[in-house]
Ligand binder design. Structure first.
Ligand code: FAD
Length: 298
């Protein structure tokens, strides 16, 4: 109990303790609530000298009340937080406005952690700042996960963009979630506003019931040929289409407490028009040669 803030309460804990509780609440409950709150809480004077810390403050920073009281909050600074961040913080506080932001703090044992901090002025009856209230959480893990997700998204986008064939990710309504540069080029080449709709319609019609079966079973198809006639002076275009369905959870908050899975289709459109032309040329050449041979044999 030596390092517990209860054994050595700062004057501000006494202040909280003596506050008259709202009707129906037992005395001392406020102080206990602050002491036990699962967020690092500190109370300072106007110069940011610490006069109270709660249990979570000690857990998150590593500093006991004995080591914190009387020290400036700057003891938590990793010294890598850019100065403008502090300027903004103090700028707000001087105008008696609370500030919320992220700082790089250093734990007593030496490791750096990212703190999401809210600092609020405590005002007296005349509206003057008498103290500051600081509340912070260690968000290092959350930040790392967010960064990993951002990096992975960037990696996937780079990979998809560097693929030579038109590639797109479609949701259940056929709306595009992700597409690559080759698909964007196809967009203008084919003179259609949204070529994916045309491909989906043709593939669905040609594959019939098989389309639904593969979708329901989370399977895929390969090299389904689609011919597109633009008309006019434009030659027909051929595409070998491959697709894979997969399911993914919904990241919307509404789905937090229920399982809400969505089906996506990864569709790849390989332009095989040149290949088809060569095949046609070879076929007509073959026809010509067989015709000649037959005529010679007659
Ligand atoms: P400082 O000497 O503090 O100077 C940095 C800038 O802030 C300068 O521009 C200076 O003019 C201005 N400034 C400093 N003190 C005051 C003041 N009293 N009034 C007006 N302007 C001032 N910092 C962290 O790094 N981590 C924390 O978790 C953290 N928690 C805080 C909690 C509370 C309740 C408060 C009030 C402040 C907190 N701070 C925290 C800020 C901390 O007090 C320091 O300002 C900061 O750490 C920079 O310290 P420094 O010694 O490098 O620079």
């Amino acid at each position: 109990m030596k390092n517990d803030s209860r054994t050595k309460p700062g004057p501000h804990l006494e202040l909280i303790k003596t506050m008259s509780p709202p009707d129906g609440l037992p005395p001392g409950l406020f102080a206990e609530a602050v002491r036990q709150a699962p967020v690092a809480i500190s109370i300072t004077d106007e110069k940011a000298n610490i006069s109270y810390v709660n249990k979570a403050f000690t857990e998150i920073t590593g500093y006991s009340p004995a080591e914190s009281l009387g020290q400036n909050e700057s003891m938590l600074s990793d010294k890598n937080t850019p100065r403008p961040v502090y300027h903004e913080m103090w700028g707000n506080l001087q105008q008696r406005v609370a500030w919320r932001g992220r700082l790089l703090n250093r734990h007593r044992n030496g490791h750096a952690y990212l703190a999401e901090l809210t600092v609020a002025p405590i005002l007296d009856a005349e509206g003057n700042t008498t103290h500051y209230l600081g509340m912070h959480r260690d968000i290092t893990e959350v930040y790392q996960l967010q960064q990993q997700a951002v990096d992975q998204k960037r990696l996937i986008e780079t990979m998809v963009n560097s693929m030579p064939m038109a590639t797109l990710l479609l949701d259940e309504n056929g709306d595009i979630v992700l597409d690559n540069l080759a698909y964007k080029k196809l967009d203008s080449d084919l003179g259609l506003r949204e070529p994916s709709r045309m491909f989906l319609d043709i593939l669905q019609e040609e594959m019939g019931a098989e389309w639904e079966r593969l979708k329901n079973e989370g399977l895929g198809f390969r090299n389904q040929e689609v011919r597109y006639e633009r008309g006019g002076r434009h030659e027909p275009r051929w595409f070998a289409c491959s697709g894979t369905w997969f399911k993914q959870g919904n990241d919307h908050v509404d789905a937090f407490f229920k399982e809400d899975v969505h089906t996506y289709l990864l569709l790849m459109l390989d332009d095989i028009t040149q290949q088809k032309k060569h095949e046609a040329e070879i076929r007509s050449l073959f026809g010509l040669v067989t015709g000649l041979i037959t005529r010679q044999q007659l």
